[in-house]
Design a protein around this ligand. Structure first.
Ligand code: G3P
Ligand code: MG
Length: 371
């Protein structure tokens, strides 16, 4: 069902199913929507949880890639997610096989992908990387050229007493590096994905931000200054939609906890730089990616575009798209719920039951054609 943010229209649903037509044979009179492009969120739009791809998602990507024959040529799209924790190339390959379409190098923006350019100033410096499973975020950091990326397991191996609530597992022992952190002036902390051990990671971030010259085991005398160690967070989502029927806490909830503990122990506001949707840096980076993709498929990268962002989270997907001047489609397969016709805090161009209804609505809006 579709609902423009002011009123409900149910009829269209039935007609969409009944009259599947294409934008090539019958409709030679209908000009191809050259300016049309899509940006898709992943969790709550294309997937619900790590292993659950929504059937509508596969159909929609087959439609847009032209592989189901309904379009005379592909309609460009990219995926913009606040998820991450795996090197971009690996995630792109995994998503391509899960979604049944070959994604190009510029068709995936994870929460940390825009950091690729930002971290250049730290490439030769020691940094602490937080989040994700095992040492996957160290691999993400190294894929962006960070040569001295340490992770919490390295620190616990050095001094278990720094956080004696969790011991390293055998698996962690195997990849934890042997490092003397009393000689390592950490220059930044990058939280690149949801963390698995909030207590440990809050403690280590606090230690690093409050240390003298970033040397763990030390404390700056004058705690009033914010110190030199930069804290960068990749995802502000307090909630996200997994395969559990009720939204789960995300990296944004971790940040809120960290802010509270930092305030309680230092009296200071936590200093941090935020990336991810809805922030401008991520949408600017995504726009450039989409245009790089256009030129990679031989299309004019400077063509004016009507981009439709399809998302499930008003606070990240819709707020960011609206601020970036894109159209926005809010779906009901994720965080957003409107059992009583609730109007989301950030109003989308339209609300749709799922990604397929949303995309068909956008194509109809741009071409007047019901697919
Ligand atoms: O951790 C991922 C979550 O915050 C949401 O991801 O794909 O809905 O932006 P996504
Ligand atoms: Mg989502």
């Amino acid at each position: 069902m579709l609902r423009s943010s002011r009123r409900r229209t149910t009829e269209i649903f039935k007609s969409t199913l009944a009259s599947r037509r294409s934008l090539n044979s019958h409709s030679s009179s209908v000009p191809f929507p050259e300016k049309l492009a899509f940006a898709f969120d992943i969790d709550g739009v294309l997937k619900q949880g790590h292993h659950n791809v929504l059937p509508q998602a596969k159909r929609v990507l087959q439609l847009l890639s032209g592989s189901d024959g309904r379009l005379s040529k592909p309609i460009p799209f990219l995926l913009i997610t606040n998820g991450g924790g795996v090197p971009d190339e690996e995630r792109r390959a995994a998503l391509s096989s899960e979604l049944g379409v070959q994604l190009g190098p510029d068709q995936l923006v994870q929460s940390h992908t825009p950091l690729r350019d930002y971290v250049k100033k730290y490439q030769e410096k020691p940094v602490l990387v937080i989040g994700g499973a095992g040492e996957s975020c160290r691999r993400v950091a190294e894929s962006y050229g960070l040569k001295h990326a340490y992770i919490p397991q390295d620190i616990i191996k050095w001094r278990p007493a720094i956080w004696d609530r969790t011991q390293l597992t055998k698996g962690e022992e195997s990849f934890a590096k042997t490092v003397d952190f009393s000689q390592i002036p950490l220059s930044a902390v990058f939280v690149m994905h949801d963390t698995h051990d909030w207590g440990r990671d809050i403690m280590l971030i606090l230690d690093t931000l409050s240390a003298k010259d970033g040397i763990l085991g030390t404390r700056r005398e004058n705690r009033d200054d914010q110190g030199e160690v930069e804290l960068v967070l990749s995802n502000a989502d307090v909630e996200w939609r997994s395969d559990w029927p009720i939204s789960r806490l995300g990296q944004g909830a971790f940040r809120l906890s960290l802010e509270a503990v930092y305030k309680a122990t230092t009296g200071l506001q936590l200093p941090y730089k935020q990336f991810g949707k809805p922030f401008k840096a991520t949408y600017d980076f995504s726009e450039l990616s989409l245009r790089r993709y256009l030129s990679s498929v031989g299309r004019n990268p400077d063509v004016p575009l009507n981009v439709y962002m399809v998302g499930d989270n008003p606070a990240s997907d819709i707020a960011g798209a609206n601020a970036h001047g894109w159209s926005s489609i809010l779906v009901r397969t994720g965080v957003f719920r409107d059992p009583n016709g609730e109007v989301p805090e950030h109003e989308p161009t339209v609300i749709a039951d799922d990604v397929e209804k949303g995309v068909e609505w956008a194509i109809r809006r741009e071409t007047g054609l019901i697919l």
